[in-house]
Design a protein around this ligand. Sequence first.
Ligand code: FES
Length: 147
Amino acid sequence: MSRLTVNNEAIEYRLDPATPLLWALRDASNLTGTKYGCGTGSCGACTVDIDGRAVRSCQVTIAQVEGSFVTTVEGLSRDRAHPVQAALLAGNVVQCGFCVPGVVMAAAVLIKNDRDPSEAKIRQALSNLCRCGIYPRLVEAVQRAAR
Ligand code: FES
């Protein structure tokens, strides 16, 4: 059994301890906003906030994050859009949308810690892959969201 706090709710996962957090979130908690892209830590679609860090949830087991506080895109902002989400909408950034939950989580962690991130820092923090190529608009939106 692995105990975590997910979106401010205490959870006990009665799963194989080697289960990737991604699949515990999606299959056991029905938090399907966290996406499966590559499963190898390359794409960032599965990014969540774990104890204030942006982490690719396909790369950590539920045993490794026992006792952690996990925030998924569903728990990021309950009653209104998070500033990153609002900036993405205002900037007409989103295309197909598949990568967006992971992008939003990585950006939210970034601007929580840095209210004036440089373009280089944004590009480094948001190494998430986007097949639609939204990167230029995304950088601008994250800069707006940080302010
Ligand atoms: Fe985790 Fe691609 S699904 S990094």
